[in-house]
Design a protein around this ligand. Structure first.
Ligand SMILES: Nc1ncnc2c1ncn2[C@@H]1O[C@H](COP(=O)(O)OP(=O)(O)OP(=O)(O)O)[C@@H](O)[C@H]1O
Length: 362
């Protein structure tokens, strides 16, 4: 397994096996490889070939390693973001999860079932009932009205017309498109078309929703609305989501955890504050360098140990308070604030700790 840094409080943290969630995962990926080209299967086991740069490997063998030895779990209800620059392997990885692309090596276990052993019939069943995907280009059927686009997955599944209509109406309402049931996709704005895409994905009540850069084609304001929409839907429905993006602010906004990929390799898996507070290497450090730390990090990251000289009374805050939200409280107090967890004082935050972050010197 590739070296991956992770130290979330919610996760089982075992050195060398640090990509697992605490409970039973919904999906579990182990040692996954995807190599394009001739004799792809010989590449993962060949140390010499694996050590070559992309270009050298292509020149010598005609192969490209799109996904290189990736392992992680996604917990039920989690929003797991896959992030990386263009060509880092995000789309290939996510397509391997449902075998839209056939992985070269490794395993993908979904709800306890090894998907790589599923036959074509079982895969069809899973894709119709358990997974749904939201695409960047919306993927709508242009000659169908909104309601029939939304009901498409149910139709494929063999649901009757009345059931399809009823369910479609429910999700159209849910995504805020009531009144547009009979419109055609080209009569809608980009944001509204993507709401149709979302409704279609939700209509089949999937266990896992996959998003492939769904908002990249939208302008910034609409994009922000759609991100908020995903957050709202996740809060209301609790669906497990795997979300691809190349936009760090989108990743930080949506992701419970984020996997950062580079050249097919996992560089770091962690919560937003872990990536910003403890980047695994210079690549991640560079990625997160422009993020306002006070907006992402919590007091846990900046509190100092308690000493005898510290006050025994005064304001108390949780270590999970985001620094930005505690700034006013700390700066308006003449004495340091006590950070309290489970009834015990676990640290101290004073003006100095806050100002170091605000001034960007930490
Ligand atoms: N069908 C294919 N045949 C050969 N190489 C491929 C194929 N699909 C992808 N690749 C290569 O695999 C690598 C990863 O591509 P992938 O599309 O997964 O990256 P990505 O991070 O999703 O990029 P983007 O953000 O541009 O979509 C790239 O080098 C790409 O050229």
């Amino acid at each position: 397994m590739a070296a991956v840094t992770e130290n979330s409080q919610d996760l089982t943290v075992t050195p060398g096996e640090s990509t697992t969630t605490a409970g039973k995962p919904l999906i579990s990926v182990r040692d996954l490889w995807m190599v394009f080209g001739p004799k792809a299967a010989t590449v993962p086991n060949n140390e010499e070939l694996c050590a070559l740069s992309r270009r050298e490997l292509m020149e010598r063998t005609g192969n490209t390693i799109a996904v290189r030895d990736i392992s992680f779990d996604v917990a039920p209800g989690e929003v797991f973001v896959v992030m990386g620059l263009s060509g880092s392997g995000k789309s290939t990885l996510v397509r391997c999860l449902t075998r839209l692309i056939e992985p070269t090596a490794g395993s993908v276990v979904f709800e306890g079932e090894n998907l790589l052993e599923a036959d074509a019939k079982r895969l069809r069943e899973l894709r119709r009932h358990k997974f749904s995907m939201v695409f960047q280009n919306f993927g709508l059927l242009p000659h169908r009205r909104v309601v029939d686009n939304v009901a498409y997955g149910l139709e494929v599944r063999g649901a009757g017309r009345a059931e399809r209509r009823e369910r479609a109406a429910e999700v159209i309402e849910l995504v805020g498109l009531a009144g547009y049931e009979n419109s055609y996709p080209d009569e809608l704005s980009g944001g509204m078309q993507q709401r149709v895409g979302l409704a279609r994905a939700l209509a089949v009540e999937p266990d896992l929703m996959l998003f492939d850069e769904p908002f990249s084609a939208l302008d910034p304001l609409i994009r922000r609305d759609m991100q908020n929409e995903v957050i709202r839907l996740h809060r209301e429905l609790g669906k497990t989501m795997v979300f691809i993006t190349h936009d760090l602010s989108e990743a930080l906004k949506l992701g419970d955890r984020i996997l950062i990929m580079r050249d097919g390799k996992p560089v770091q898996i962690g919560t937003g504050d872990e990536l910003v507070g403890a980047p695994a290497d210079d690549y991640v450090r560079d990625f997160v360098s422009d993020v306002p730390k006070g907006d992402v990090l919590t007091l846990r990251w900046i509190m100092r140990p308690v000493t005898d000289a510290d006050p025994a009374d005064g304001p108390e805050v949780s270590p999970d308070t985001v620094i930005r939200d505690a700034t006013r409280l700390v700066l308006s107090n003449h004495q340091p604030v006590r950070v309290v967890e489970n009834g015990a004082v676990v640290g101290i935050v004073g003006h100095e700790e806050i100002l170091a972050i605000v001034a960007g010197v930490r």
